[in-house]
Design a protein around this ligand. Sequence first.
Ligand code: HEC
Length: 159
Amino acid sequence: MVRLVLAIALLVAAGTAAFAQQQPAPRVIEVNTPPLVPYRIVGNTIPEPLTAQPGDPVRGKRVVTDATNGTCVLCHAMPLPEEPNHGNIAPSLAGIGSRITVPELRLRLVDAKRINPDTIMLSYYRLHDLTRVQQQYVGRTYWAAQDVEDAIAYLMTLK
Ligand code: HEC
């Protein structure tokens, strides 16, 4: 009986290992678009922070609510009663910190089109593959790398 249980346990373990091997490895893309900091996309995530300085949630709140550079409330409702108008064409960001991981959020903010090529959401830290950019915007992103990290730190407080 003990042997049978052991045999079954081994079979299950072997099966699990075989299944794990069948999972395709996540796609890895190295993005190197100077003057932006180079980063690595793994599946639907950017696992490593863009900057050495940890994100500051207080500054991040200012970044995402900045009327010219933040613009999240154009499309999303947010738990910010002080904001007069909230969009409703995108999912509410209330509780986003419980639904998303930091690496997923980082790719979403850096380059949302990598997640959904048809999305209307802005890419806040993207320079590649843009077409017909007006001269004054060439080589400029909405946000700096630190803005991305600070915004993540703030958004993850929305539990
Ligand atoms: C022009 C409209 C628009 C703007 C501006 C915008 N988003 Fe989005 N966002 C969307 C849409 C639409 C989706 C739904 C998914 C998709 O289209 O990929 C989305 C999805 C998301 C998601 C995933 C939501 C989930 O529940 O999985 C997050 C997080 C997010 N946006 C954060 C932000 C933040 C933070 C900002 C501001 C810095 C912002 N968005 C600005 C349109 C927008």
